[in-house]
Design a protein around this ligand. Structure first.
Ligand code: LLP
Length: 416
């Protein structure tokens, strides 16, 4: 459910016309709906009511400060994977005690920054990392709270690039070694093991892989209790999918129900790290048709957004619904590739897509672009990054101004 709707044939975000936004802010333009973000966060978070829990929004999905602030005001914690994300979360006023830090390659300075901020815990992904955190914590005379991220070898049945809980993936500690590493953690001077963590993948469209992973984690939880290691937090990561095309992912209520059933008698706090399910359908990317072109085998609609703005179709073959911002009454359609100006054949937003006949200057909305859209954008081909707008009812916030040419070379001042 989102608040991008057609009114009299024209696309609106909440109370604001998309066309009007483009007149003022140009294209390519990311537009987010505050009401949708709020709705998604509340729907997700309230699905776990009755269970001690903390929802830690996964910053990587959409890390705009305005979005982080908005979610923080609703009580969200944050799941971070870098010093940069910690910096953003703190700038957005997120309480450090609601921040969990995941990722396989935490650097020393990042560990130091997180200890200094006194975050809730590190999700540790290897023995070597655990030892490094202990070293940094002892130098700082601090105790680091940690969860060990377990790789439960569960198939999330999603795109291979976003599967993370299989034996062959780089993530987490194999379940067979988990007990051994917990014992080590327990004995390290500046480490306090407080949780068990896992994250098996992203864009999951069924609950059963989550439950398989949870069962393995609960099993470990009981074994640790026997050893006298009292775990307070179970972190199940993120991964709940959204509808891009015809997928039918479970509603958070269903997800919540299934988890509650397994956890109701346990004296633990559940942590969840949703990203896409909060942000995905809360944003669109608006682009303008530059040219149309007929080649022997294909029609092309060349637009001003490219793989540097939204890489998901090129990288994962992902489907994003594309619709004209102004609906036309003409019935004529074409089948075409929607492509950007970048010099790569892999630069497309859609392939063989049936669309109404379009002409130069027409605006297209690329839906479900709120998660892993702007955050994965780059300046490839020296294209300044798009602007981001947050609409809240009839209020327009320029959440990130459009980059200008100087932003391309600002850090190269030694060469000017
Ligand atoms: N927690 C951890 C440790 C993660 O690695 C991720 C995502 C999440 C939480 C949030 O997962 P979500 O709820 O958003 O599924 N760029 C890809 C997605 C990569 C996901 C990486 N990790 C895409 O565009 O589909």
């Amino acid at each position: 459910m989102h608040y991008f709707e057609y009114k009299n044939g024209e696309l609106y975000v909440e109370d604001i016309s998309v066309k009007k936004l483009v007149q003022e802010y140009d294209t390519p333009l990311y537009i987010y709906s505050a009401k949708t973000f709020k709705r998604h966060f509340k729907a997700f978070d309230s699905a776990f009511e009755g269970l001690k829990h903390l929802t830690c929004y996964s910053v990587k999905a959409n890390s705009n400060l305005c979005i982080l602030k908005l979610l923080g005001q609703l009580g969200s914690g944050m799941d971070i994977v870098s010093g940069g994300e910690l910096f953003r979360a703190l700038k957005a006023g997120i309480e450090p005690k609601k921040i969990v830090y995941s990722g396989v390659g935490k650097r020393e300075h990042e560990i130091r920054e997180a200890l200094l901020a006194d975050i809730l815990m590190f999700n540790v992904e290897s023995e070597a990392e655990l030892i490094k955190i202990n070293k940094v914590a002892s130098e700082m005379n601090k105790i680091a709270r940690v969860s060990l991220r377990i790789n439960p070898n569960v198939n999330p049945e999603t795109h291979p690039y976003i599967s993370t809980g299989l034996e062959k993936n780089k993530f987490g500690i194999p379940e067979d070694y988990a007990l051994e590493i917990y014992k080590l953690a327990h004995n390290l001077s500046n480490i306090e093991p407080v949780g068990i963590d896992c994250h098996i993948g992203s864009q999951l469209t069924s609950i059963s892989p989550f439950l398989d992973a949870l069962d393995k984690i609960l099993d470990l939880y009981l074994k640790l209790l026997d050893l006298g290691i009292k775990i307070q937090y179970l972190d199940l990561g993120g991964g709940l999918g959204i509808q891009y095309k015809e997928e039918a992912p479970p509603h958070p209520i269903e997800f919540g129900k299934a988890l509650k059933k397994r956890l109701q008698n346990k004296n633990i706090t559940l942590i969840l790290e949703p990203g896409r399910v909060i942000a995905g359908n809360a944003g669109i990317l608006v682009t303008k048709v530059l040219y149309t072109k007929k080649a022997p085998k294909k029609n092309f609609i060349i637009v001003d957004a490219a793989m540097n703005d939204l890489i998901r179709p090129s990288l994962y073959g992902s489907y994003h619904k594309i619709e004209p911002v102004i609906q036309s009454s003409a019935q004529q359609t074409i089948v075409a590739d929607v492509v950007g100006p970048i010099c790569e054949s892999g630069d497309f937003l859609a392939q063989d897509r049936k669309l109404p006949k379009l002409k130069e200057g027409d605006l297209l909305a690329v839906f479900s672009a709120g998660a892993y859209g702007f955050t994965m954008s780059s300046q490839y081909n020296s294209r300044p990054r798009a602007a981001e707008i947050l609409v809240d009812k009839d209020k327009i916030i320029l959440a990130r101004r459009r980059e200008v040419y100087m932003d391309l070379i600002n850090l190269e001042d030694n060469c000017i």
